[in-house]
Design a protein around this ligand. Sequence first.
Ligand code: ADP
Ligand code: MG
Length: 272
Amino acid sequence: AVEVELSGRTRILTVSNQKGGVGKTTTAVNMAAALASIGARVLVIDLDPQGNASTALGVAHHADTPSIYDVLINEVPLVDIVQTSPESPRLLCAPSTIHLAGAEIELVSQVAREHRLRGALRDYLAIEDNHLDFVIIDCPPSLGLLTINAFTAADEVMIPIQCEYYALEGLSQLLGSVQMIQKHLNPTLHVSTILLTMYDGRTRLAQQVADEVRSHFTREVLETVIPRSVRVSEAPSFGQTVIAYDGQSAGAIAYREAAVEIVARDTTEKDS
Ligand code: ADP
Ligand code: MG
């Protein structure tokens, strides 16, 4: 395993993009598993009612499973619902269940509705031995109260971008949302990381989109790109991330390289 130096503080990233099917969930779970594989302790919070992140991490998330829904709506402590992925003792998941579909509406009438997740995480991290190096939040595509809870709890936004036509469409809306959250709810929130994904280097289009994204976002885009790979898309049907499913595949190698970059970039920022 690669040895990396962790900062000792908890970095909270939310994986967001208002487009569906761009690789948010795939990135959340594989980046988390890659970070765990290089020594980090990582919690994935599944905020999507579809529960695809919970499935990929191999944790229970049937209707009766205590879940992030209970944390947001019933004030159940996060520590009571977190499960450990069978893949690694350092890879944890706060699962989503079907009940989360109703949370968007139920939250509307709740006190401190935008701060529920932030408060739950703060309480979790205050418990001895619950140190986390990373929290990675998988968001649904819409900008509803679930996503707003993620933005309020996080410091960093990670945006996966699919290297296809219209890749940048909707991005200005997302950046506008981040600004709005900065102003009203969470001044520390910023876009720290952009990851080019489902990259097919054989096509000119993918290269053009990659160049365009890099020229717009000179600091944020990771050097590593995630290739389009069948192994990446197969892994969830085995209840696994690609790191466990086929650790030597191109997709697994790319996610590990991206994870090393994410860890390293934080250290660089502190020094400068
Ligand atoms: P989102 O969460 O943004 O809706 P997903 O992560 O669910 O997107 O990805 C959408 C689809 O693309 C899924 O079927 C997933 O398996 C596939 N996919 C994501 N990344 C890759 C990749 N690098 N190679 C091949 N397929 C991918
Ligand atoms: Mg998803």
